[in-house]
Design a protein around this ligand. Structure first.
Ligand SMILES: *[C@@H]1O[C@H](CO)[C@@H](O)[C@H](O)[C@H]1NC(C)=O
Ligand SMILES: *[C@@H]1O[C@H](CO)[C@@H](O)[C@H](O)[C@H]1NC(C)=O
Ligand SMILES: *[C@@H]1O[C@H](CO)[C@@H](O)[C@H](O)[C@H]1NC(C)=O
Length: 416
């Protein structure tokens, strides 16, 4: 009874605090032990180590670089409130070799061509290495200027991609085709390039790419899961299934663009643009929230609802996918810190997923089951380690840590 009252009082305090959008601090250090369940820790050193060793494609390298920044050098990632000291991309010392993400990036980035890696037909994927290249290019060593020019060439390449009817930049080099995946590769790189080049027009372009992709890929439905995105629209590989990982790519890509806009002094006051991006991310999270997870794993199914070609095809009961689930979890936790008024909603979404992720990760840090990242149509769960899934779970672990450190997430849950 007394505890119940404290909980009510606390909830009121929290409500009041949120309605004023107070900066994220930890004003209430009272820990309540009633029905509290602690959130299991994700060993991000191990999950990231597998992301590094398993990655072998351009987008996997780029995603792993981002995961390593978030895990090992959060001060350099766009989620840091000091992401852009003096309004500029941070300057790392020497050749950047001491920064884990950059030491890894150096092994993967090619500095002699129009793209930072071989995209194997994808014009968007190599752009995922772009943030790493820009950071390397801004290092103090003069040896690193090659990365600066390589990042600039990559930018020119991706901006010259075939355009969809509405102006969205293609994920494919030869045809105009939109993949939800590209939301993680291209717009965040455009946004980071905008800061590096002090180019407001380019930052607006990064934001508008999110809107243009959403216009094409968001599922046509009025069902409860409206807001979720289909996977690919185009003439080559179209697949209108609501792919969990695709939604994860989109939400994570947009939250990185949002963080870039918010944490760059020049754009920090762009409230309508930030509100727009937040709305797009919320549409995805709320769409997922409306669909039950696979009870066996606690993960969203590989096709969150329906099948690979249609949201209405229920011939297969899809397995739970840890990769897409981890990406959605990380995105929600980042949004909780960026917009604390949304924190209760985002945390109640993310916490059970984090618990499922931890439960389905072994002592070596291997997350399983996931979708086979190279064959999203297969009904066989993948158990030998997905490179992108390993990066996503590392991001989810880093996002939780940062959310706790910001005083927004608490390691025990408050329940009345
Ligand atoms: C800024 O970006 C826009 C859009 O990509 C580009 O057309 C323009 O040349 C850039 N401006 C500078 C000064 O680099
Ligand atoms: C939604 O419907 C419109 C109009 O029929 C179509 O052009 C578009 O491709 C559809 N989008 C998806 C994701 O199915
Ligand atoms: C429904 O999905 C299954 C599994 O992906 C596929 O084999 C089948 O062809 C689909 N059915 C229709 C009518 O498209």
């Amino acid at each position: 009874m007394r505890i119940g009252l404290i909980v009510i009082a606390l909830s009121i305090c929290l409500l009041v605090r949120e309605s004023f959008e107070a900066p994220a601090k930890s004003p209430l250090k009272i820990s309540i032990s009633v029905s509290s369940s602690s959130v299991p820790t994700i060993d991000t050193a191990k999950t990231l180590s597998l992301a590094k060793s398993l990655s072998s494609h351009s987008w996997e390298w780029g995603t792993t670089i981002q995961a390593s920044l978030e895990v090992n050098n959060p001060e350099l990632s766009v989620f840091s409130t000091n992401a852009f000291p003096n309004g500029k991309v941070p300057i790392v010392s020497g050749t950047g070799q001491k920064i884990d993400a950059l030491a890894y990036a150096k092994q993967k980035i090619q500095t002699n061509g129009p793209a930072l890696a071989d995209g194997a037909g994808a014009i968007g994927d190599p752009a995922s290495l772009g943030v790493g290249a820009i950071l390397l290019g801004s290092a103090t060593s003069t040896k690193n200027t090659i990365y600066k020019s390589a990042a600039q060439r990559q930018l020119n390449t991706v901006l010259a991609a075939p355009k969809f009817y509405n102006g969205a930049l293609s994920q494919r080099a030869n045809v105009a085709e939109l993949w939800a995946d590209n939301m993680f590769m291209t717009p965040p790189f455009l946004a980071y390039s905008a800061v590096a080049g002090n180019n407001v027009t380019l930052l607006r372009q990064a934001i508008s790419q999110c809107a243009l992709y959403r216009q094409v890929l968001q599922a046509n439905t009025t069902s409860t899961w409206k807001g979720l995105w289909t996977h690919i629209v185009g003439q080559e590989s179209q697949t209108l299934g609501i792919w969990a990982t695709g939604n994860g790519w989109a939400a994570l890509g947009m939250v990185r663009v949002l963080a870039t806009v918010k944490n760059w002094q020049t754009s920090s006051s762009w409230s309508s643009e930030q509100g727009q991006l937040i709305q797009y991310i919320l549409e995805i999270i709320n769409g997922a929230k409306a669909v039950p997870v696979d009870p066996q794993t606690g993960f969203y199914r590989n096709y969150i609802v329906g099948g690979s070609n249609s949201q209405n095809n229920n011939t297969v009961t899809w397995f739970g996918d840890g990769a897409g689930t981890a990406a959605l979890t990380a995105a929600a936790l980042r949004l909780a810190v960026i917009r604390p008024s949304l924190a209760p909603q985002m945390i109640s979404f993310a916490k059970p997923l984090l618990t499922s992720l931890a439960k389905n990760t072994n002592n070596d840090g291997l997350l399983s089951p996931t979708v086979n990242p190279l064959d999203w149509y297969t009904t066989t769960p993948f158990t030998s380690g997905s490179p992108e899934g390993q990066a996503f779970i590392s991001m989810a672990g880093a996002a939780w840590r940062d959310c706790v450190n910001a005083g927004v997430c608490s390691s025990t849950s408050r329940k009345s």
